[in-house]
Design a protein around this ligand. Sequence first.
Ligand code: PML
Length: 233
Amino acid sequence: MYSIKMRASKNGKHISGAERIVNKEEIELVANELIKRALMHENGTPDFINLKIEEIKEEIEYIDHLPIKTIECKNKREAREKARELLKNEGISDELIDYAFKIIDKGGMRGAAILNLRGERLEPDKERGVRVKNIDTTKELKEKILKEKLGTERTVDAIAIASKVIHLGIIAELCTSDNKSYTTGYVATKKGYFRITNLKEKGENGGRVFFVKNDVDIEDLINKLENKPFIIK
Ligand code: PML
């Protein structure tokens, strides 16, 4: 199998990124799809597109996706209360949750911030964060999500990240989109992927926070988040 990663930017600013894990026969087709995706992005037309194709040498792990549930909320206040409740059920304190909301609302990170339960930030590069890579979803899962209206194209990408990180022992993930007009975010825990509407307001920034145990082996975790290949089914 091969990993194909695309990232696109304009004037040095990130516009979009995506990745797929495919057979050799699918490389050409999927490379085309990703280039098209880069060119048609709602954040603008890129002046730089990077396409990286490499053979995956490590064994790929196939895991089930987290169950998807959508929680409809009237406004941001209600949505954030819901998110807080889900996070508190996992033993995360109010103070830590406030801190996580502050990080995602500030925005500007390409990857995720990692917080332990003492509120220490563990990602080595605080500007960039940690990016979860080497993941894809099966065609069947993509179709199921879209056909059964369990979510959107963004859900398809996000469920891969959330399912991988929870599988690797992360306690919970809090996420809002870096797309200014996409206001549905989510909380992921071992209990599921909870889409929460209106988790931010239109025009606001987004971001990702992973909550981890205090005794986490952070080097090993970051290595797996970035490099261990997973296909989510
Ligand atoms: C959803 O399932 O609708 C929430 C997806 C959030 C996607 C975050 C992003 O844009 O990367």
